[in-house]
Design a protein around this ligand. Structure first.
Ligand code: BG6
Length: 459
């Protein structure tokens, strides 16, 4: 019989729990994936939350009423203080045979205290355990290392699940799938054929009520250090020796280790930032240099990628929501373009991550009825599929204990190392370009890529 488990959600009244975790748990419940789940304990800091109020939160969150699902839940008030853990402990003592899954869906400043308190009281429990930690995993390299050290005192790496929800997205996983299950791509997936790579996560929304978090973090830490660098690793990694979580994560870490270090004084050549006009007013801030837009150029120094730039960019309050990666191939050699009397556009493979899940191949084709040497016109082949909920995929992996789509200790630290010089530089140089709402971002980001004779692509 499969192992029984119990889930404890820290931050059970928070935004993430309401918008993502409860709906995902409900979907898993309906698919009978929670058949072995004996209980879900939600914890929150607000006092006097009665059963009725909590059930109403669940109802709003799943958009319906399902008393059998709700009966799985208990709500326990729990603040950061040690004594608060008593009530939780009393409940957990009734489940000494089960595996515990602790999910930290709380603000990042609470992580260390929760982990330390949990670690202490878990000493008295023989239960197998897992701990799930949301991003951001630290604010910089030093704090990420400190957090890793705190966790390591209480949990083993096999028990830790550091979430990057982008890895649960369909298209992001398709990058791996497409590369390693189709022989036609392997031969061209390198510096001989690829000119450069772009990874963009453009958003039309703003900070959405998260200013306390966002203003301390900014776009580089919020999106590039984790989500976009993760996409980069999947595009750039070597095929793993075997399909197991260690081998796959080893290959991703190898990519991160091969990224050329950006020296402090070089930062302006490799990274630009911007803040949307109106950020201070919208968020009622007297002054802030926090970037709501960031673009970074990275190089991977290995045999496959040497000399191929990876351009990563993200921003808030832009034209529309578009998340995608583009593999831009080299132009065809000069002689042939002379013969054609025009320069055909480059081939492109696009991975559209949001709003749709799509893979696009752009190639050039002779126009219908044209002469043999007519200038070819751009043509597109497209595949698209449904976009499943990333958190559902990740939750299932946690339940079965598969770490492949989670971030390992060395991986998280390496990603911080990559962005740390940019963090340091931007902290010291307090000047920030402004871009207008609904635009494509600051002019400086256009310059970053134009200087190299390239332009940002849109899918
Ligand atoms: C989160 C960031 O990790 O990802 C948010 O903190 C951002 O600022 C979000 O809006 C984007 O994720 P998605 O899945 O909506 O593209």
């Amino acid at each position: 019989m499969e192992k029984k488990f119990l889930i404890v959600i820290f931050g059970g009244l928070g935004d993430l729990a309401r918008t993502k975790i409860y709906p995902v748990l409900y979907s898993l419940y309906k698919k009978k994936e929670l058949a072995n789940c004996s209980k879900i304990i939600s914890t929150g800091r607000r006092p006097n939350v009665g059963r009725e109020e909590f059930i109403q939160i669940l109802k709003d969150s799943i958009g319906g009423d399902d008393p059998r699902f709700f009966s799985l839940f208990d709500f326990v008030r729990l603040d950061l203080e040690k004594e608060d853990y008593k009530n939780l402990k009393e409940i957990l003592l009734k489940f000494l045979e089960e595996e515990f899954i602790f999910y930290l869906a709380t603000p990042p400043f609470t992580f260390e205290s929760i982990i330390a308190n949990l670690g202490d009281f878990l000493k008295e429990f023989p239960n197998e355990r897992k701990i799930v930690i949301e991003k951001p995993f630290g604010y910089d390299l030093e704090s990420a290392k400190r957090l890793n050290n705190t966790i390591k005192k209480h949990f083993r790496e096999e028990e830790i699940y550091r979430i990057d929800h982008f890895l649960g997205k369909e298209t992001v996983q398709n990058i791996f799938g497409l590369r390693f299950s189709n022989i036609i791509f392997e031969g061209i997936w390198n510096r001989n054929f690829i000119d450069h790579i772009q990874i963009s996560a453009l958003e039309n929304i703003g900070v959405e009520g998260r200013i306390g978090y966002y203003d301390r973090v900014g776009a580089l830490r919020d999106m590039i250090q984790n989500h976009l660098i993760q996409i980069l690793t999947l595009i750039a990694m070597e095929p793993p020796c075997c399909i197991d979580e260690k081998a796959i994560r080893d290959e991703k870490v190898k990519v991160l280790k091969s990224i050329r270090e950006i020296r402090y004084e070089e930062v302006p050549l490799y990274a630009v930032r911007g803040q949307y006009e109106g950020y201070l007013k919208d968020e009622k801030l007297p002054k802030s240099y926090t970037e709501t837009y960031a673009a970074v150029k990275l190089y991977i120094e290995n045999l496959r990628w040497d000399g191929v730039p990876f351009y990563l960019r993200t921003g808030k309050k832009l034209r529309k929501k578009e998340t995608y990666a583009v593999i831009v191939f080299r132009k065809i050699p000069g002689l042939f373009s002379k013969l054609l009397d025009c320069i055909p556009q480059e081939n492109i493979i696009g991975f559209k991550i949001a709003p749709e899940n799509k893979i696009i191949l752009n190639f050039q084709l002779r126009p219908l009825g044209g002469s043999l040497l007519s200038c070819p016109i751009p043509t597109t082949m497209e595949w698209s599929g449904p976009n499943l909920e990333a958190y559902e995929t990740l939750f299932l992996d946690i339940i079965v204990g598969d770490h492949t789509l989670f971030i390992r200790e060395d991986e998280v630290e390496k990603s911080w190392e990559i962005v740390q010089p940019i963090i340091d530089f931007w902290k010291d140089y307090q000047e920030i370009p402004i871009y207008s709402e609904g635009s494509l971002g600051p002019k400086e980001a256009e310059d970053l890529i134009r200087r190299d004779g390239r332009i940002w692509k849109y899918l």
